[in-house]
Ligand binder design. Sequence first.
Ligand SMILES: Cc1cc2nc3c(=O)[nH]c(=O)nc-3n(C[C@H](O)[C@H](O)[C@H](O)COP(=O)(O)OP(=O)(O)OC[C@H]3O[C@@H](n4cnc5c(N)ncnc54)[C@H](O)[C@@H]3O)c2cc1C
Ligand code: SF4
Ligand code: SF4
Ligand code: SF4
Length: 396
Amino acid sequence: MTEDSEPGTEERKHWKHLHAEIVATEICCGCSACVVACPHHVIEMENFDPVMQDLTLGPDNCVHGEKSCSLCAMACLRLDPDYDTIESLLFGRRRKHPSEPWGISREMWLAQAAGDGVPGGQDGGVVTALLAWMLEQGEIEGACVSKPRQDKPWLDEPVIATTADELIEAAGSRYTYCSTPLALKQAAERKMKAVAMVGVSCEATAIREMGAQGIKRWSRMVKFNAGLMCNETFQYEPFIFEIVKGRYGIDLDRIKKINVKGDVFVTLDDATDVVIPLDECKPYANAWCHHCPDFAAEHADISFGGLGMSGWTMCVVRSEYGQDLWNRAVSAGVVVTRAAEEEPVALKVLDALAKKQRRRVGPMESHASGRWSSNRVLERVRSEYLASGGDGGGDE
Ligand SMILES: Cc1cc2nc3c(=O)[nH]c(=O)nc-3n(C[C@H](O)[C@H](O)[C@H](O)COP(=O)(O)OP(=O)(O)OC[C@H]3O[C@@H](n4cnc5c(N)ncnc54)[C@H](O)[C@@H]3O)c2cc1C
Ligand code: SF4
Ligand code: SF4
Ligand code: SF4
């Protein structure tokens, strides 16, 4: 809403506004929700940006948007997202400040996949184990995951996995971005009605923003929203080729795992680690991550993170469905668990990273409501900010 406009007379936003406010400003995180939601299929993801394919009105406008369509703008978690509705629908309330720094949770557990574990699992292999069990139970028909591409090492593509083997191929973390929600389109082509979606924090929220905006065709399909805690992702070419391969001389074919635990640990096929200081990689973080308030995937059903541990996944059970799923999976022996409090250092890392990440967003950014705990608080912070001439970023 502009300063002069009356409530209820806001301009209807569409591609023109999404492009100007989010894509051209590099606030866009490449989540692909706008592309998934576009009913006329006129935008496509190219190098993590949505790009207009119908150039009738040029790359920054849309013929359908000029008539009546708004779906891309509504779907975007960076363009005026409705956190009040998202959290009310999911939890019945907004998160409290300052007592819930990593969002609303019901329970927290350390877990590991049971039995022989998950080959290639990043931490405890919990995400893959849960999804495989859900497939086996018929609770989901497929899972939207991020799978290593054949042609580009350590870059992923979105796929819908329908077997345990396909899930295992996708296990582990790649610290380059993947527009995983695009796999929802593959699921729709295969006429699936119930899928899981695995994504980093921004992708977990993207699915909820679609639900909050009534774009139910896609949000309803996602039965289980599995969120991965995320501090940043790196640009592919500089991270993998200039640093890992170029500066450190690592043969990409020999890498078994890359893990960020304070520094970047590159594990080779002989089980040795090459440690790359995180500060060397930071300059190549994706620009959009500097606008991201959410480390802990606060809108997932369950969030998962390694938090500097080895072989265990921290699982933050958030929604009612997440709790039910978790209880059933634990009873079925899918995972083994320990109390989260047994790893106090990991809990401190979670607390510190969640608080730090929130401060990335300034009050005048269009998705600032992700940082403040309600629109009422945000409005107060905004007026104080404007009155101070733009100094200071608020109280969280
Ligand atoms: C880009 C990225 C950054 C992360 N940053 C942190 C962090 O700072 N701190 C922290 O504690 N945890 C972080 N995590 C989460 C952590 O790395 C593990 O994913 C999590 O602990 C689950 O481990 P697991 O062994 O249970 O999962 P697994 O069983 O190994 O399953 C991992 C799942 O992640 C999916 N995946 C892999 N790469 C991507 C990607 N780029 N985008 C979307 N999905 C992907 C795979 O498809 C797979 O389904 C990050 C994950 C990613 C992908
Ligand atoms: S305005 Fe409608 S048709 Fe145009 S890009 Fe957005 S969603 Fe697609
Ligand atoms: S929906 Fe996602 S990909 Fe589309 S503009 Fe918004 S942040 Fe970017
Ligand atoms: S830091 Fe935020 S914006 Fe960047 S990839 Fe992770 S969740 Fe997405």
